[in-house]
Ligand binder design. Structure first.
Ligand code: ZN
Length: 308
């Protein structure tokens, strides 16, 4: 165990030095204007903050400072549409301590969390009904931790992500989180055609207000959720495409050592990130929301506050 810790420490220091090395200027593809969406009255969303943590800014993106801290959030996004309610990711759930114990010891210090408030408890306290479906941005443990807290909810993943889950292992995928009856799975295709430069999409309610878009790389079946609310504001929840808004606006890759562990295909993730940056350039009012970026979430606010 001691030898492993030394290896991790040496790798970490080397990676932190490498993290500050200048990177080649990336080529950002031009984005297109987002198609019109008609968000119905009553559509709203809330960020449910289930836990948080502090880390070094250097650990969140290449070029980040090793002397500044950055907030890490674990959120679930509750979306209410007149035609249905769903969670986009679950955040950390009531069983997370048990789940966390199955992560290899060397990875735990980097994944530690604080201030646990699982979504199910927050919804119950606010007398808000549980959603009947959960759409995962991807299947990593910190996004799927609370699947067991909503046993009646269907679990939406793409076939590519399901295959990834079936072959997954700690520290990124915890198979115990997916041991539920087979009828809970809902495998879907991004079958609504091209959308804003993406080759595929899924328009969840047929009105353009909630559209799933492919963001492969971090995992094979990662998706983002583009949500339009009645005020006209548009939010793009991009999962772990980047851990920090600076990753998109920079643009910057992730911290290299962490990317090696968590990004299944870091180069594809980077190309998709550049595509999202191009989309942001073409739509400057778009709010791009990484799943773990506390500063971005703080600016939006948290459940029981709603955005509409
Ligand atoms: Zn992830």
């Amino acid at each position: 165990m001691r030898k492993t810790l030394w290896i991790v420490a040496v790798l970490l220091v080397a990676a932190l030095v490498w993290n500050r090395a200048p990177q080649p200027v990336p080529k950002i593809p031009p984005g297109t204007a987002l198609p019109q969406a008609s968000a119905p009255a009553g559509l709203r969303f809330a960020l449910i903050k289930t836990a948080d943590a502090k880390t070094l800014q250097a650990f969140t993106y290449a070029g980040g400072s090793p002397f500044k801290t950055a907030g890490i959030n674990h959120i679930a996004v509750l979306v209410e549409h007149p035609q249905g309610r769903f969670l986009f990711d679950t955040g950390l759930g009531t069983e997370v301590e048990k789940q966390f114990a199955t992560i290899p010891f060397w990875a735990r210090p980097f994944l530690a969390f604080d201030n646990l408030h699982p979504a199910v408890g927050q919804l119950t306290a606010a007398k808000v009904a549980a959603p009947d479906r959960i759409i995962l941005s991807h299947a990593h443990w910190d996004h799927a931790s609370a699947l067991g807290d909503f046993p009646d909810a269907k679990v939406w993943v793409t076939p590519a992500e399901k295959r990834f889950i079936d072959s997954g292992h700690p520290p990124t995928v915890l198979p115990t989180q997916f041991q539920f009856p087979a009828e809970r799975w809902h495998l879907y295709e991004l079958s609504s055609g091209p959308y804003a430069g993406f080759d595929r999409s899924l328009d969840l309610f047929g009105d353009g207000s909630a559209v799933l878009l492919p963001l492969p790389g971090h995992t094979p079946g990662s998706v983002g959720l583009l949500l339009s609310v009645p005020s006209g504001q548009r939010y793009f929840f991009v999962g772990d495409l980047a851990w920090n808004s600076a990753g998109i606006t920079g643009p910057h890759r992730k911290f290299s050592l962490a990317s090696k562990i968590v990004d299944l295909d870091a180069e594809t993730n980077w190309q998709v990130l550049l595509q999202v940056r191009g989309l942001l350039d073409a739509n400057p009012g778009l709010h791009v929301v990484p799943a773990h970026d506390t500063a971005t979430h703080d600016a939006i606010g948290y459940f029981p506050n709603w955005v509409q």
